[in-house]
Design a protein around this ligand. Structure first.
Ligand SMILES: [Zn+2]
Length: 255
């Protein structure tokens, strides 16, 4: 075994040991985990749609100006999500869940792949493409059936008639009350915090990971590239979540 492979194997064993001892596990996932299912980020370079950038569509102002356009964009995105499948990282996280007395998955991803993989104890901190919400009274409803011909381009609220919008956190909006607080409390009492596929430049996951670490959790970071979280993590497993999470879970299951 090469020195690098020996190191990687030792890191895997150390992470597996911490997970085996854990009663309370927090998993944080981000765009990297979805990317392995082929889901694009819709942001940055080349992310134009009908001449608009994601940053110009995912805002309350864009919705006020042209709600039908925002709906078209999200329907298009949801169709792409529908063509993607959960990958081994999603599957392993779903399999981990029932093995711990306390378990929470907090994801930044809105594509619903974690739920499709079977995760139930999860918080989608940026919302989900499977739910819509009234822009007036906040009543929530399942996403409309996009296959219905001539459907209203902007669905209406059954309660107040207001315009429904995707239940997704947009640029310039604050987190829904209680969401981050709940994750923060969980992180503060976690034995293990496992971060996968999220860049530490997005602060809520980074802040949760660091809070967990400061409160005594064993911090595991799985990322192809080192991030500020990797630097403080007890173990940084360098590579894709789709490859490393199954390897890690397999290691946990061995005596
Ligand atoms: Zn309403």
């Amino acid at each position: 075994m090469s020195p690098a492979a020996t190191l990687a194997s030792a890191a895997l064993a150390e992470a597996a040991g911490a997970i085996r001892r854990a009663q309370r596990v927090l998993v944080l996932t981000g765009a990297g985990v979805s990317a392995e299912s082929g889901i694009p980020t819709f942001r940055g370079q080349g992310g134009l749609w009908e001449g608009f950038r994601a940053e110009d569509l995912a805002t309350p102002e864009a919705f006020q100006r042209d709600p039908a356009r925002v709906w078209r964009w999200y329907r298009w995105r949801r169709a792409i999500y529908g063509g993607c499948e959960p990958n081994p990282a999603h599957a392993v996280i779903a399999r981990m869940e029932p093995r711990f007395p306390e378990f929470l998955l907090a994801t930044q991803n809105v594509d619903g792949l974690h739920r499709r993989a079977g995760s139930r104890r999860l918080i989608e901190i940026h919302g989900t493409i499977d739910v819509m919400r009234c822009s007036v009274c906040s009543e929530r409803a399942p996403w409309p059936d996009d296959a219905v011909p001539d459907a209203d381009p902007v669905p209406r609220c059954n309660h107040c008639g207001g315009a429904m919008r995707p239940h997704i956190l947009w640029f310039g909006e604050t987190y829904w009350p209680g969401v981050l607080e709940h994750c923060q409390r969980f992180a503060g009492e976690a034995d293990v915090v496992l971060v996968a596929g999220t860049s530490a430049t997005v602060w809520p996951p980074a802040a949760l990971a660091l809070h967990g670490k400061r409160s005594g959790a064993f911090l595991i970071d799985i990322n192809p590239e080192p991030t500020p979280i990797s630097e403080v993590a007890d173990v940084h497993l360098r590579g894709s979540a789709g490859a490393l999470l199954p390897a890690l879970w397999d290691r946990c299951s061995r005596p």
